[in-house]
Design a protein around this ligand. Structure first.
Ligand code: NDP
Length: 329
């Protein structure tokens, strides 16, 4: 079976040379395990952090060993009664064709409700990140003006649509191309801008003349500084990601205006989706309904072939995706 290994640790931006496609022999199943043929796998920004040899909330990827991450596949051999052959499951052993997975860590999913890839995106970790970050971490309230960065990406596009559904008075998104800005307006954002077109602070001030109450931060740096500058009194920031700095070798230059947090009594709160699992049942109820009623749309950029997974991952960091970046096997 084929798998992708980490061949070397990236310094700054990852390159194809950091990855290696290899063949491996699949061991016999033990009791409680299933053999899964992966159908689709996720590439996510957090994987960049795991490529560094540093202590973090997740252990670093090991060199010369397969990478891992979210995947959906079909059980093709089983030694777990709960997961018969033919079950479609979401699990954590992506970056390989075949995965030996403990049944306890493989959750069956219903592919008649949504396509397999949706369980990596809107109905999966991505969707829960958006929901938990907006409702619980940022304490979103009806009537809030919401700004989200990385807005045309997997998490951001859901945050903006959810905010509208939950009664935001105004939703503003930033993204990296004119096509993405146009897409955000189609998705119901009230305003959107391309952060390449000028200082974020200026563009945000024009899009949100009355300030913002909630900022959902996927980017960090200049975006975070601009959002702090635009925050109304008592505003709340959900710090979800800081992708602008994941590949930089220098510390970020911004935000320089953190002291504004005091006078305006702002709340900045970081979070990890892994510790928001208690919200998963209510999130799935809401999201399943929103999707079936057609009230939330989710875009996907699919790259085909396991051998192209490294390119998909690098492309994700460069903004080649609209919505969720996935790799179909
Ligand atoms: P996305 O689908 O948003 O893909 C990443 C996007 O980041 C790219 O499409 C690109 O879009 C944008 N980007 C890249 N570099 C920059 C830059 N320098 N400035 C601004 N935008 C940039 O990924 P996800 O939705 O999966 O993740 C979004 C964020 O959420 C990430 O920061 C991620 O780490 C974080 N996250 C955090 C979780 C948590 O538990 N806290 C869980 C899941 C995700 P563009 O063309 O617009 O530049």
């Amino acid at each position: 079976s084929k798998e992708i290994q980490l061949a070397s640790r990236p310094q700054g931006w990852p390159t194809a040379e950091n990855f290696r496609l290899t063949e491996t022999v699949i061991p016999e199943l033990e009791d409680g395990q299933v053999l899964v043929r992966n159908i689709v796998m996720s590439v996510d920004p957090y994987m960049r952090g795991r490529m560094n040899d540093v202590k973090s909330y997740l252990p670093p990827f090991a060199l010369d060993a397969p990478l891992d991450g979210g995947a959906v596949g079909e059980v093709i051999a089983s030694r777990a009664e709960s997961h018969p052959v033919g079950t479609t499951v979401v699990h954590g052993l992506g970056w390989r064709e075949l995965a030996v997975v403990p049944a306890a860590t493989a959750r069956p999913v219903d592919v008649t409700v949504a396509p397999a890839s949706a369980y990596l995106g809107a109905l999966g970790m991505t969707g829960l990140t958006a929901y938990a970050g907006l409702t619980s971490i940022a304490q979103f309230r009806e009537g809030d003006t919401v700004f989200v960065s990385g807005a045309a990406g997997a998490v951001g596009s859901l945050v903006g649509q959810m905010a509208k559904l939950l009664g935001a008075s105004r939703v503003i998104g930033s993204a990296g191309s004119p096509a993405k800005v146009a897409r955000l307006l189609e998705l119901g954002f009230d305003a959107a801008f391309d952060y390449h077109d000028g200082p974020v602070a200026d563009q945000l001030a024009a899009a949100a003349p009355d300030g913002i109450d909630v900022y959902f931060d996927n980017v960090g740096g200049e975006h975070l500084e601009a959002a702090i500058g635009a925050m109304n009194h008592g505003g709340r920031i959900a710090m979800c990601g800081a992708i602008a700095q994941y590949n930089s070798t220098e510390p970020p230059a911004a935000p320089r205006n953190l002291a504004a947090v005091i006078g305006r009594e702002l709340t900045l709160r970081g979070f990890l989706v892994g510790t928001q699992q208690h919200l998963a049942p209510e999130f799935r109820d809401h999201m399943t309904r929103w999707l079936t009623e057609g009230r939330i749309r989710f875009d996907e950029t699919a790259v085909h072939g396991l051998e192209n997974a490294p390119a998909a991952f690098i492309g994700l960091m460069r903004g080649e995706n609209t919505g969720k970046m996935v790799v179909t096997l």
